[in-house]
Design a protein around this ligand. Structure first.
Ligand code: CP
Length: 307
């Protein structure tokens, strides 16, 4: 690939395998910057980035801010609850006003799927989807894929299980699209009520049986059970969910000895994953977080300079 062409990063479904590989290669070249004593390069000097999080975040927001600062960009954190949105200003008017202040890029998280795409189509600045409803969370998918590739040396032909609340998970969708495009064999596992009907048409395999999902898996990505959605009763109780689907020392006996244990965070310890499993030697959960900074440096760089 000769260079990056896209204005925005909205999801992995729309990217080609070549584009995903290009981001992963760029990530590898940026990872070293965070190990230096002076963790800074001048690549985005003079660029201004707006960080607009309409939903809570620890990892994504902080690592985007660190990524921007390590590339010498200026980053402005916009707090929706302290903005004129509460006086009735629309999201589009807000975006147009911020763009009028000559911002180059916006990082947006929103509870509604499609909001980032809506803004990206109407404004000239670059947009990065930092998670929109249950749709996509592309930089999380990229950092998960980068971590698997770093640990296993390849993606093609690997068996990756995504476990848990597939229905509500933007992380599951971004992982699934990215992994399938790069030639991995993806298994989706969870209670039938948390797996969207017909999702097999994407090329992913579906099983409701944890033992079957873990057998032969090279990596298992454990999703957070979104307790806030439990009012719809997708499973009888958290205890029943844990009994059938928790990753712990006992269920890991069904997996290969070198299986990677992953979780995008935040974890519900004792629900979808035991503390023992989260902290065992197969766990790469904090490596995922570390790689998140490098992935976000790569994405910011490609959108703002690569084109
Ligand atoms: N994985 C993830 O998106 O975490 P945060 O919600 O803390 O950003």
């Amino acid at each position: 690939m000769s260079g990056w062409k896209r204005k925005d990063l909205l999801g992995l479904e729309e990217l080609s395998a070549e584009e995903i590989e290009f981001i992963l290669t760029t990530t590898a070249s940026f990872k070293e910057v965070s190990t230096r004593e002076i963790k800074k390069v001048p690549a985005l000097r003079g660029k201004t980035i707006g960080s607009l999080f309409f939903e809570p975040s620890t990892r994504t927001r902080t690592s985007f801010e660190l990524a921007a600062k390590r590339l010498s960009a200026d980053i402005v954190n916009f707090s929706p609850s302290a903005s004129s949105l509460v006086k009735g200003e629309t999201v589009l008017d807000t975006g147009e006003n911020l763009e009028a202040m000559k911002m180059d890029c916006f990082i947006v998280r929103h509870s509604c799927a499609g909001v980032v795409d809506f803004l990206a189509k109407r404004l000239k600045a670059s947009f990065i989807n930092a998670g929109d409803g249950s749709h996509e969370h592309p930089t999380q998918g990229l950092l998960d894929i980068f971590t698997i590739k770093e640990k296993k040396g390849r993606i093609k032909g690997l068996k990756v299980t995504i476990l848990g609340d597939i229905r509500h998970s933007r992380v599951a969708r971004s992982n699934m699209w990215g992994l399938l495009k790069l030639g991995a064999r993806v298994t989706l596992c969870g209670p039938p009520t948390l797996i969207p009907p017909g999702i097999e048409s994407t090329g992913a395999r579906v099983t409701y049986n944890l033992k079957e999902a873990l057998k032969d898996a090279d990596a298992v990505n454990v999703l957070r059970i979104q307790l806030e959605r439990q009012k719809e009763n997708y499973f009888p109780s958290p205890r029943e969910y844990s009994r059938r689907y928790q990753i712990n020392a006992e269920t890991l006996r069904w997996a290969k000895p070198d299986v990677l244990i992953m979780h995008p965070g935040p974890m519900n310890r004792g629900l979808e994953i035991s503390s023992e499993a989260a902290e065992c030697r197969n766990s790469v959960i904090l490596t995922q977080v570390e790689n998140g900074v490098a992935v976000r440096m790569a994405v910011l760089y490609l959108l703002l300079v690569g084109k």
